[in-house]
Design a protein around this ligand. Structure first.
Ligand code: ZN
Length: 200
């Protein structure tokens, strides 16, 4: 199971605090609810593309001895199963869908420059989500008048802040900002076999 790391800060600050397993050790198991601190259980690595970072980061894992399942602590700037950071995706979606830039210009302006096909993929997934996003985000910010759900969702995300919205959606309602990939249940576990850490 993936939960969000309580840590807030930059990629570099995240990497610096990662060596201390006690800093953010979960005090109970989010899966079986056993009230015993979990044991540090190594890391998995994944790629991350952020505005000023392109490389591999580690994600800390903990083990619950009661249910023998692991919990990964994902930093808040990551959306599960996506390589690009939340801020890169947000910059692109705002440039293309809210400011009306062409897809090529939006792909060039969202640092680092990327193939526009990647942006098309985000747009497709985001569009499919906007109605449920608007409903969920209404708990954080009043719905704004807008011509359609895409504009309304973007305006609400901009007013809440993308990271704050992601924290709320992921922790509160197990909702993925761009929708869970096919084959995953809404809580992010593979439907047929146990969850893998590798991003798509
Ligand atoms: Zn457990």
């Amino acid at each position: 199971m993936q939960i969000l790391h309580p840590f807030a800060g930059s990629v570099q600050q995240y990497n610096e605090q990662l060596s201390n397993p006690d800093a953010h050790r979960p005090t109970h198991c989010p899966q079986c609810q056993t009230k015993r601190p979990l044991s540090a259980h190594g890391f998995y690595t994944r790629t991350l593309i952020d505005t000023a970072f392109d490389g591999v980061i580690r994600v800390r894992r903990y083990l619950c001895h009661a249910c023998q399942r692991t919990v990964s602590l994902l930093p808040e700037f990551i959306l599960p199963y996506l390589r690009s950071s939340l801020m890169v995706i947000a910059l692109f979606l705002v440039a293309r869908l809210l400011r009306g830039q062409t897809i090529e210009a939006a792909a060039r302006s969202a640092p680092p420059p990327m193939p526009y096909q990647r942006g098309q993929f985000w747009i497709r997934r985001f569009r499919a989500q906007t109605q449920s996003l608007c409903a969920a985000l209404a708990a954080l910010t009043p719905p704004t008048p807008a011509p359609d759900f895409v504009h309304r969702a973007l305006t609400m995300l901009e007013s809440t802040g993308w990271i704050a919205a992601h924290r709320f959606l992921f922790a509160g309602v197990r909702c993925h900002l761009l929708g869970w990939p096919r084959g995953l249940t809404p809580d992010g576990r593979r439907a047929a076999f146990s969850s893998a850490g590798a991003p798509a």
